[in-house]
Design a protein around this ligand. Sequence first.
Ligand code: SF4
Ligand code: SF4
Length: 318
Amino acid sequence: MKNVFDERLAECHLTLHRDPLRTVQINLGKLCNQACLHCHVDAGPLRTENMDRPVAEKIVELLRASHGIMVVDITGGAPELNGNFRWLVEQSRKLDLQVIDRCNLSVLLESGMADLPKFLADHEIRIVASLPCYSRENVDEQRGRGTFDKSIKALRTLNDLGYGQEGTRLQLDLVYNPGGPFLPPSQKKLEQDYKVRLREEFGIAFNQLLTLTNLPILRFETSLRLSGDFERYSALLRDSFNAATVPGLMCRNLVSVSWDGRVYDCDFNQQLGIPLGYWPRMVWDLKSFDEVGGRIATGPHCFGCTAGAGSSCGGALA
Ligand code: SF4
Ligand code: SF4
């Protein structure tokens, strides 16, 4: 049955079809040392959903058998808190795959994590780190008091290892997401502002800024409903539909695996429990990730990816 998003695509004579898969995004679970207001995963320190070794081993088996996959994108929660994180990184690098760690920065200061920055550098892991603003006040409001100072400390440690510095292979990207019910500003312009402010005030360098739109689901949906902004924000996303973003939507060449081995079209569908628009739906049913094809499951939340300049795990799209 068609939903409002599919109808909007049809009005623009567009279809959302899957291209060859390039990225496997692995969500290691909902455990996180933070509990941010905008979190679309409902992650936090008390969550117990965590990927176990048999699921991690099956994913590596599938990666080994896949030909088109080039990138392993590891997320959570705070994925580094999962006991299989380092093993997955090592196995993926042995397969010569690029590995992304979606890092909240403050986790690098947690107990038992002192050697983690060096581990990431030694394996040339690309770090995509959340820093929703260059101001202490805004970051702490969204992510909890003290988070900004911890983030700056972690960024300095990464810079000292060569991350974000010219002439190294250690890529450090930052992620901005709005602190309220509005769309991100221009990615290019905001990147310039971030670079100037972080360099001048804290001596911090990074490679790229990625702007993401908050999808009105889970914890962010709850906060929007509490403030009475849910309908207005949803309408903003629908009214800001930009057809030019559709060719770049991440679900076209990404598949997302949950902590318990279910396969989804993207991390948002995973969090909403919307099954893969194609059978099979568990890692145990696959022989390789190359098998995943067919229809992509969509819903009204997809307007969050197509609004304005668009949004994906790689930042703006248009
Ligand atoms: S947004 Fe990221 S850092 Fe914040 S609670 Fe969710 S998973 Fe953790
Ligand atoms: S929410 Fe997922 S399925 Fe929908 S457009 Fe975005 S990436 Fe694609």
